[in-house]
Design a protein around this ligand. Structure first.
Ligand SMILES: Nc1ncnc2c1ncn2[C@@H]1O[C@H](COP(=O)(O)OP(=O)(O)OP(=O)(O)O)[C@@H](O)[C@H]1O
Length: 310
């Protein structure tokens, strides 16, 4: 049963069209990703879902409710994480949770929440003394303090180090395991690939595709790459002659062979047949990045910003 239904959503800021025509549904209990580059219209979309912005066109239903008309009820049942932490510096963790908890009729147990989010030791720490990861975890705790049915998490791991990012991914899975539907807004391909049951790929205010991560990757006719270091003499012509191989490249003593799905099998058979030994075998399969490039015509993020690079 869908808990969120967005149909032909349209939103402008002055002359700027931020969301052009976005439709998707989110099913109960799933982790649904809204994936796209900076400025694609992701935040505007989820702000319309939360009733924080009024759409210029289209319809949005959340738990069967209209997020503008039934704003109070929607806010009780949908937990939203702040994109940038907006708490007073001196407010302590426990005080922030007590304050936010008082807004809701269903109230989470704060000690349990602190323990679950790894913030028990910071309960008396002032907001400005928290690390980046701790601030992120607090903002997730604030999204959960009203025991929501849906949690909307926007750019959850931006600015976190790799360990912080992995811990946060585990946390998102635990939230889902408690029965909360999660909408995860992200521009990190690796994050979407790892966490999302399904995702909507948004580009320039439009939905380019909605599918499971595996489904998106299977739509891409991307090359598989096999890397290895031959320990015996290898003539490149042996590999280029194989019908499964589209190119052979050398970088120092490493050889990279590209081709379709069958390339690995073909290369290994050819080497074994000629008794050519090798080391350092690695295979790169198509990723969500490849799917993104193939579906939108441009890369998702500059390499230095991508979660995969760290
Ligand atoms: N309040 C606003 N006034 C004017 N333009 C805005 C406003 N908010 C967003 N925009 C513009 O609308 C477009 C979509 O922005 P939005 O924040 O929804 O995208 P996003 O995919 O969430 O990007 P990011 O990851 O950078 O937040 C962008 O071009 C942005 O500059």
């Amino acid at each position: 049963m869908p808990v969120i239904e967005v149909e032909h959503l349209h939103k402008r800021y002055g002359d700027k069209v931020a969301v052009d025509d976005v439709s998707f549904t989110v099913e109960q209990g799933e982790i649904f990703g809204v994936l796209g580059r900076n400025g694609a219209g992701k935040t505007t979309t989820v702000e319309c879902v939360q009733g924080l912005r009024r759409a210029d066109g289209g319809t949005v239903r959340v738990l069967g409710l209209d997020p503008i008309r039934d704003r109070t009820e929607v806010r009780q049942r949908v937990g939203a994480q702040l994109q940038e932490s907006q708490l007073p510096d001196k407010l302590r963790v426990r005080e922030a949770l007590d304050l936010y908890r008082s807004f809701y009729r269903n109230r989470a147990d704060i000690d349990e929440l602190l323990a679950d989010l790894g913030l028990a030791e910071q309960r008396d720490t002032a907001f400005h003394k928290l690390s980046g990861g701790q601030k992120q975890r607090l903002s997730v705790a604030l999204a959960l303090v009203g025991r929501p049915e849906i949690a909307i998490l926007d750019e959850l791991t931006t600015g976190l180090d790799p360990k912080g990012r992995r811990d946060t991914w585990d946390l998102v899975e635990r939230i889902r395991d408690r029965g909360v539907t999660v909408v995860l807004v992200t521009h990190f391909m690796a994050e979407a690939e790892r966490l999302c049951d399904r995702l909507a790929l948004i580009d320039a205010g439009r939905v380019v595709a909605i599918d499971t991560p595996a489904g998106l990757m299977s739509r891409v006719d991307a090359e598989h790459r096999v890397h290895l270091r031959p320990l015996d003499h290898l003539d490149d012509a042996l590999l280029t002659a194989l019908p499964e191989v589209s190119s052979v490249r050398r970088d120092g003593d490493e050889v990279t062979v590209t081709g379709g799905e069958e390339v690995l099998q073909a290369v290994l058979s050819a080497l074994t047949e000629r008794k050519i030994r090798y080391a350092g075998l690695r295979v790169d399969q198509p990723t969500l990045d490849d799917a993104f490039v193939s579906l939108t015509g441009h890369p998702a993020t500059p390499p230095a910003l991508d979660g995969r690079s760290s």
